[in-house]
Ligand binder design. Structure first.
Ligand code: AMP
Length: 653
């Protein structure tokens, strides 16, 4: 397989990293700069030589990076053959992850003998990254895959000869072996203790009519089994009305709640605590601001402490909380750290945060992991996080995680988690994707819907509309900000990152202090922006929809929609940033003629929340509907300009 080496220039030995002989040895090559199109040619050469890992090669074509794009230098490392299976992973999952994370190509070579040659291709940086990842993978023996495949005496049993007599990986055998090992690992674990609930007699004695009345009066809570209500399932527990009814057996938990000064459980807490303390799976259709974090957190603390093996003797953390964004993960972490119970420790893992620090915290031992899907998957794949003991899992804001395309990472991270765990999911909406997720990962979940989906939050907000020309928005905004009260706290939503940057600059030039939060800012700056809003250093935050969901800024008085959002759901999320925790708030939306397509949906929301509906908005909606009707009658297909041929006519509102 090394006959293509003449196309590469071998570097000086000084470039070779000293590596432990027991793990692997290495050689480095640099791509010849005199040759054009090198990555592509190199790939062709491999294929034409019928490389030993043909099966793997084909599989790697599926990765997100095209084969022709692999360019750069090459380094060959020799790995103890027994370890090759750990680098490949089940169905090639690990090798794909390593390639994706590092942006280097990994080529498994000849497997004969005690060592296997592995070629790493890419930029110096990519090679160095993938080499580090492989080293970590082989050094760390705690991860489940390592435990599993390393127990095999000889990984060469997972290779077979294909029809052309070339040695290839026997995926069926490798996968079957993996499944078998995984089953036996789970079987060897102690059973999970899930039921910690002793129902208070007052709660037991509530009549069905009392329960119905209570649910109606508390945000019209709806509770049901999400899927089939099988006869052998236990009945849905009554809600608790006081903290004591839920946690009488746990006085230290009660003390922590009292320290926060809360008066009563929030509706979702009242209904979720009995369900979760009984060990049932739960789906909470609820927004941030409803007290959902505490709803799943307090039962989690009791769950950690209540297992048979003491927490410091367990192999890995017990509770996993997955959140879609760094901001939300950090916010949950902040919430978690407010509660002290039996020295339970947590760590927050998110992309953009210091990976080494996160690994250090994990290695010291933690009980709760709060993580975004990407970084979680990274640390699971590289073996830093052992998922074997996760027995209580939370997928927070599942709809958002799916919207952001995290489904593959969620799947991969949960793959090794024992299936008899308790699973909690929260979501602001209930689209088919979330339903599918619940079907795949949950067991007979009980669903608690708080209010009529997202609309609950907007009931406490006065929603105002200001009709402006597009060009006048900025002046109207500045006039509003100049006249705002010194105690007002405002978030300004912009449709684009560039607009947010522009507005921030304009405000600064006018001496109006503000912060900004959008995707182009570094993580550290985003955290600082939020922190300054929270602690009151600034009172104005200019943001994109990065901040529309899940962000909890205390005492936010105004939400300003400088640009109306593209989707009406986002409007509801934005407005829900204010009017929280019993407070009222004001949302002011600048509406220009460009927004006429949203008018009808906006009217529905305003009606639902008993808000005033301006005549102009009604007129706008009617004009839009008339325009649509006209188009349909004219032949329907005229979408956008030029749709009906000719130069296209601009519809007038
Ligand atoms: P969450 O919906 O989890 O983001 O919670 C929003 C805010 O409500 C957090 O700041 C919590 O500390 C607070 N909170 C949680 N439970 C209660 C409660 N029972 N009463 C009042 N505030 C609460």
């Amino acid at each position: 397989m090394h006959s293509f080496e003449d196309e590469w220039q071998e570097s000086e030995p000084a470039n070779v990293q000293p590596t432990p002989r027991t793990n692997y040895s290495a050689r480095v090559y640099h791509a010849s700069t005199s040759r054009g199109n090198r990555g592509h040619n190199n790939e062709t050469n491999w294929r034409s030589r019928g490389d030993a890992s043909g099966g793997d090669h084909q599989r790697n074509r599926d990765t997100r990076r095209g084969q022709a794009g692999w360019e750069g230098n090459k380094k060959i490392i020799n790995v103890v053959s027994n370890n090759v299976g750990r680098i490949i992973g089940k169905g090639g999952s690990k090798i794909r992850d390593l390639q994706f994370e590092s942006q280097a190509k990994i080529k498994i070579g000849d497997s004969s003998g005690a060592e296997t040659a592995i070629t790493l291709i890419g930029t110096d940086e990519a090679i160095s990254k993938v080499e580090d990842m492989i080293k970590e993978l082989l050094e760390d023996r705690r991860g489940p895959v390592k435990e599993t495949l390393n127990n095999s005496d000889n990984t060469s049993e997972f290779f077979k000869q294909n029809d052309s007599g070339v040695q290839v990986i026997d995926w069926d055998k490798l996968n079957a072996f993996y499944d078998e090992q995984q089953q036996s690992r789970w079987q060897n674990l102690p059973p999970i203790i899930k039921n910690f609930y002793k129902e208070d007699p007052t709660v037991t004695n509530m009549t069905p009519a009392e329960v119905t009345r209570w649910r109606l009066a508390n945000n019209d809570i709806q509770v049901k089994r999400t899927f089939d209500d099988k006869p052998d399932l236990s009945p849905i527990p009554n809600p608790v009305v006081t903290f004591e009814q839920a946690f009488k057996q746990y006085p230290e938990i009660l003390d922590e709640i009292y320290k926060q000064g809360f008066q009563n459980p929030s509706p979702i807490q009242s209904q979720a605590w009995p369900v979760l303390l009984k060990g049932e799976d739960l789906i909470g259709i609820a927004q941030t601001g409803t007290g959902k974090t505490l709803a799943f957190l307090l039962p989690a603390l009791i769950h950690i402490e209540g297992q048979t093996i003491p927490k410091d003797k367990r192999k890995g953390p017990t509770v996993l909380i997955m959140a879609p964004t760094r901001e939300l993960a950090i916010q949950i972490d902040r919430e978690v750290s407010k509660y002290t119970y039996k020295a339970i420790r947590s760590v927050c893992l998110y992309g953009g945060g210091d990976r080494r620090e996160q690994i250090k915290a994990l290695s010291k031992g933690v009980d709760i992991v709060i993580a975004t899907p990407g970084r979680l998957n990274d640390l699971v794949v590289t073996g830093y996080l052992n998922v074997i003991n996760f027995s209580y899992i939370v997928l927070d804001e599942a709809d958002r995680m799916l919207d952001m395309g995290f489904e593959p990472q969620i799947k991969k991270s949960l793959y090794d988690v024992r299936p008899d765990r308790q699973t909690v999911m929260t979501s602001a909406t209930w689209p088919p994707g979330v339903r599918r997720l619940a079907q795949s990962y949950m067991k007979d979940p009980i669903q608690v819907n708080v209010g009529s989906l997202d609309l609950a939050a907007v009931h406490t907000v006065t929603q105002k509309i200001m009709f402006v020309e597009e060009d006048d928005k900025e002046a109207a905004l500045i006039e509003f900000l100049i006249n705002m009260d010194e105690n007002d706290k405002v978030i300004i939503f912009c449709g684009k990152k560039a607009t947010a940057t522009h507005i921030t600059t304009e405000l600064c030039l006018k001496g109006i202090e503000c912060q900004s939060l959008h995707g182009d800012r570094d993580q550290i700056d985003r955290e600082e922006a939020l922190a300054e809003m929270v602690d009151g250093t600034v009172n104005i935050l200019v943001a994109t929809d990065v901040a529309s969901r899940g962000i909890d800024i205390k005492n936010l008085t105004h939400v300003i929609n400088l640009d109306f959002p593209r989707h009406i759901e986002e409007y509801v999320h934005r407005v829900g940033r204010t009017g929280r925790a019993g407070k009222t708030g004001i949302a002011l939306s600048f509406i220009s003629r460009n927004d006429w397509g949203h008018a009808r949906e906006l009217i529905k929301i305003l009606e639902e929340a008993n808000q005033e509906i301006p005549d102009e908005l009604e007129l706008m909606a009617k004009r839009f509907e008339a325009m649509k009707l006209r188009r349909d009658q004219e032949g329907g297909g005229g979408r956008g300009r030029g749709g009906r041929g000719g130069r296209g006519r601009r519809d007038r509102w």
